[in-house]
Design a protein around this ligand. Structure first.
Ligand code: FAD
Ligand code: MG
Ligand code: MG
Ligand code: MG
Ligand code: MG
Length: 536
C-alpha cells in the first residue's frame, strides 16, 4: 500500500494488514516511536497502555545507559550491565518492536518507511501512524577532518567494545619482546580529540586503569611510557561547565601527566598520528597514537538531514537539529501528528533580546527607563506568553525582582534590567544534547499525548496544556581517581575525594530497571574485589 506500494505492517511480526483493517481490529491510536534511546524510553515509560498501540522502530534492540559508557571501555563495567532490552521495556504496554531503520517519513500519508536491519535484500515496508515521535539521536560531527576512519568513536556498545579490544591489544603488543621502543611509545599513546564530558571521562577511566591495574598486570610496560593527550579547540576542557570545574579538572590532569592541549584544532588524522594546529600561533604539531578517540560534538543523522530537507520551505533553518515548537511538535508537519525530542530536536529562540526589548519598552508604562515591581510583573507576564520555557525561571517574581534590584531601591534601572535579560536569555538558548534533556522532553511528550487522547476534541482544553520547560538538575562528570565534578548551575560546584560515591549514587538511581541496577552493583563490587577484567 501507500504511495510506493510497500508492505504495510502493524508492528507485530508477521502480521501484514491494511491500515484500515488495523483500525477496525484495534481502536487504540497508533503511536510510532523512532529510536530506543533516552528520549524514546522516557516516552514509553509515561504511556497509558489502554490508549495507544505502540510500535518502536530502532536498529538497536536495547536501551543504552550512555553516561556510564566510558567506564565500559577499560573494563570497569560490563557492557551488558548498561543495557536493557527494548522488548522488556515495551512489555508493560503490550507494545511492538521492529528491528529496523527508519529511512523516510511520508508526513502526508502518515507512513514511516523502514528497512529491516538484517534483511540482506534491503526490502522496505511501511509502518503507519496516527502520532509519530522522532527520537533518533545524533551522530558524531566530523568537522570535515580527513582520516577519521583511523579513530574510535564512543556512542554505542559496539564502539565501547572496539575501544576496549584495541586498548587491550595495544598493551599486549607493547609487552612483546619484538616490539621496538618507538612502536611501544606509539601503541601506548592515547589521543582524545574533544574536551567535553565524554572525552574527559574516557581519559579519566584510562588513567584509573593505568594506575590500578597496569602495573600489576603488565610488568613489562613502564608506566611513564603511557601517555594520555586531550586536544580541545576551546580554551578549556569541560567548557560547558562552571569555570571552576574546568580549572579544577585541568590542574588534576596536569598533576597526573595527562597532557591537555587547548586552543587547538585537529587538522588531519593519519593512521598512527594526529596533526593539530594551535589556533593562536598557527603552528602545527603531530602526536603519535595507538588509540585515538574522536568526540567533538554531535550533528544530524542521515534520516534527520533528509527530513529537514523535505519539510516545507522556510519551516526549518537549524543546521544541527529538527526545529520544533514549544510543545516539541515538528514545525512544518500537519499539526499535532509529529513530535521530535532529544539530540535530534531543538526549539528555536531567535532574536530573544531584540524581541524582549520591545516588550520592555511596552512594560515601562511611564517611560522613565526604570521598572517598578508592577512594571516588572507586566514584563514577566509578556515574556512568559512568548517564551514559555522561561516560566520556571520567572516563577518566584518577588524573589527575582529583589535579586536583580541590587541597590534595593525598589526599582530596576537599566544595568539591573540588563543583568536580568542576560540570565533570562541563557535560560532560553538551545538546550544541550544530553540525556537529561532527552529524558525530560520524553516525559513531557508522553504525558502530553496521554492527556490529549481524552481532550483532543476540546480546543480550549488543548490550548491550555503547558509548553515544555527544561529544569536543569546539574551536570556531572567523572574525572578519575575516585573524583567527580558536579555543576548544579547557580555557581554551586562540588568535587574532590568522596564525590565518586555521589556520582555513582546519582546514576544508580537513574537506572531504568532493577535488573540493570543489580548488574551495576555486581560490577562495582567485583572490581573492588578482583580489579578490572582485562580480557578482550
Ligand atoms: P539516543 O539515546 O542516542 O537514541 C537514539 C536512538 O535512535 C538509538 O536507539 C538509535 O539506535 C536509534 N536510531 C538511530 N537512527 C535511527 C533510524 N534511522 N530509525 C530508527 N531509529 C534510529 N548525557 C547526560 O545527560 N549525562 C551524561 O553523563 C552523558 N554521558 C554521555 C556519555 C557518552 C559516551 C555519550 C555518547 C553520551 C552521553 N550523554 C550524556 C548524552 C546522551 O547520551 C544523549 O544526549 C542522549 O542519548 C540523547 O537521547 P536521544 O533519545 O535523543 O538519542
Ligand atoms: Mg531515543
Ligand atoms: Mg536537543
Ligand atoms: Mg517605569
Ligand atoms: Mg534598583
Amino acid at each position: 500500500g501507500g504511495p510506493k506500494n510497500l508492505v504495510m505492517t502493524h508492528g507485530c511480526s508477521g502480521s501484514v494488514l491494511k491500515a484500515e483493517e488495523i483500525h477496525q481490529n484495534d481502536p487504540r491510536q497508533r503511536l510510532v516511536i523512532l529510536g530506543s534511546g533516552w528520549g524514546a524510553v522516557s516516552v514509553i515509560n509515561q504511556l497509558d497502555p489502554k490508549k495507544f498501540h505502540v510500535t518502536v522502530v530502532s536498529p538497536t534492540n536495547y536501551f543504552l545507559f550512555t553516561p556510564l559508557l566510558p567506564s565500559a571501555t577499560v573494563g570497569t563495567l560490563e557492557l551488558r550491565s548498561l543495557i536493557e532490552p527494548i522488548r522488556r521495556l515495551l512489555s508493560r504496554l503490550g507494545g511492538y518492536y521492529v528491528e529496523g531503520r527508519a529511512d523516510d517519513v511520508d508526513f502526508e500519508n502518515q507512513l514511516v518507511e523502514v528497512s529491516g536491519i538484517h534483511d540482506s535484500e534491503g526490502r522496505k515496508f511501511y509502518v503507519p501512524y496516527d502520532k509519530l515521535v522522532i527520537a533518533v539521536g545524533s551522530e558524531s560531527m566530523t568537522h570535515g577532518v580527513e582520516g577519521l576512519e583511523h579513530c574510535n568513536f564512543l556512542k554505542s556498545i559496539t564502539d565501547a567494545r572496539d575501544i576496549r579490544k584495541r586498548v587491550m591489544e595495544n598493551f599486549e603488543k607493547a609487552s612483546l619482546p619484538t616490539t621496538t621502543d618507538e612502536e611501544r611509545r606509539q601503541l601506548l599513546s592515547f589521543v582524545v580529540c574533544g574536551g567535553g564530558p565524554t572525552g574527559v571521562e574516557f581519559a579519566a577511566e584510562l588513567y584509573d586503569f593505568l594506575n590500578e591495574d597496569l602495573v600489576g598486570y603488565f610488568p613489562a610496560i613502564p608506566p611513564e611510557e603511557v601517555q594520555v593527550n586531550i586536544i580541545q579547540s576551546a580554551g578549556h576542557i569541560l567548557n560547558t561547565y562552571d569555570l571552576k570545574i574546568s580549572e579544577m579538572t585541568e590542574s588534576k590532569f596536569k598533576r597526573e601527566n595527562i597532557n591537555v592541549i587547548t586552543n587547538s584544532r585537529v587538522v588531519k588524522v593519519n593512521p598512527t598520528s594526529v596533526v593539530y594546529k594551535d589556533k593562536e600561533t598557527g603552528k602545527e604539531a603531530e602526536v603519535p597514537f595507538g588509540v585515538c578517540l574522536w568526540s567533538t560534538g554531535v550533528g544530524m543523522t542521515p534520516l534527520v538531514k533528509s527530513l529537514v530537507a523535505k519539510l516545507p520551505h522556510g519551516s526549518q533553518s537549524n543546521k544541527h537539529a529538527i526545529e520544533t515548537d514549544g510543545y516539541m511538535r515538528v514545525i512544518g508537519t500537519p499539526e499535532g501528528t509529529v513530535y521530535a525530542i532529544g539530540d535530534c530536536a531543538t526549539i528555536p529562540q531567535p532574536h530573544f533580546v531584540d524581541r524582549v526589548m520591545t516588550l520592555l519598552q511596552e512594560s515601562d508604562t511611564n517611560n522613565d527607563n526604570v521598572l517598578s515591581y508592577d512594571e516588572f510583573r507586566t514584563l514577566a507576564d509578556r515574556i512568559i506568553a512568548k517564551h514559555s520555557v522561561l516560566k520556571v525561571f520567572l516563577s518566584h517574581l518577588d524573589e527575582t525582582f529583589n535579586k536583580y534590584d541590587k541597590d534595593h531601591n525598589g526599582t530596576l534601572d537599566l544595568d539591573e534590567i540588563r543583568a536580568f535579560l542576560i540570565d533570562a536569555e541563557k535560560q532560553c538558548t538551545a538546550l544541550p544534547a544530553t540525556a537529561q534533556v532527552a529524558n525530560q522532553q520524553g516525559i513531557f511528550v508522553g504525558k502530553r499525548i496521554n492527556i490529549l487522547h481524552s481532550i483532543e476534541n476540546d480546543p480550549m482544553a488543548v490550548s491550555q496544556l503547558p509548553q515544555f520547560a527544561y529544569k536543569h538538575l546539574g551536570s556531572l562528570a567523572y574525572i578519575g581517581g575516585n573524583e567527580a565534578v558536579l555543576d548544579m548551575g547557580k555557581g554551586l560546584v562540588y568535587g574532590g575525594i568522596g564525590s565518586e560515591y555521589l556520582w555513582r549514587s546519582v546514576y544508580f538511581s537513574e537506572q531504568v530497571s532493577v535488573r540493570t541496577r543489580l548488574l551495576l552493583l555486581m560490577d562495582w563490587s567485583k572490581r573492588a574485589l578482583f580489579g578490572r577484567d582485562i580480557s578482550k
